[in-house]
Ligand binder design. Structure first.
Ligand code: CUA
Length: 179
């Protein structure tokens, strides 16, 4: 059969399957199944996946909670924009706001302690990406994403926005301190 000429048999699809063709169908099907079952398997056993809780919120409600945390636990300010750095107590709820084009505030956490990190966006969709750990969370306006985090290495981490959010996207960077 040629790909250019019309098939000699008009009902060409009723021809018996070639062995090679059948083999490929089986291989493709088995691989599909492997990929399909890897999704739930990797969600449970894979180390890189975060299981986050998500709640409805509004920018006003979330900003109030973040502001309360900053008022209580601010230790200093950094950068030309005077972004507050907060050192909340171990085990507490910590809040991080994504907006055009900054993260607010900066967090200073303790090594080995567990925190509940709350994330939201004030305006558009942003992406929370913690470097060099490569932890990624989509941050959506109207939603409060909560993840439990336990830093296990001291140092300064970078936070970058990994969801294109406009002209200042590349400037949407911040830091996270672990002491
Ligand atoms: Cu925020 Cu890109």
């Amino acid at each position: 059969m040629s790909a250019i000429l019309p098939p000699s048999q008009r009902i060409w699809w009723k021809e018996p399957l070639d062995r090679v063709e059948l083999m490929w169908i089986i291989i493709a099907f088995v691989w599909c199944m492997v990929m399909f079952f890897m999704m739930p398997y990797w969600h449970v056993y894979g180390k890189q996946n975060l299981s986050s809780e998500t709640y409805r919120t509004t920018p006003e409600m979330f900003a109030k909670k973040a502001q309360a945390m900053v008022d209580k636990y601010k230790v200093r300010e950094e950068t030309a924009e005077n972004i507050p750095v907060v050192a909340p107590p171990a085990g507490s709820d910590v809040y991080l706001i994504a907006r055009l084009w900054a993260w607010w505030p900066m967090l200073e956490l303790e090594n080995g302690k567990t925190y509940r990190l709350h994330l939201t966006a004030m305006d558009y969709q942003h992406g929370f990406s913690l470097q060099p750990e490569n932890i990624n969370v989509q941050v959506l306006p109207g939603y409060e994403h909560v993840i439990s985090i336990t830093p296990n290495r001291s140092g300064t981490y970078g936070i970058i926005c990994n969801e294109f959010c406009g002209i200042g996207h590349h400037k949407m960077v911040s830091r996270l301190y672990v002491k």
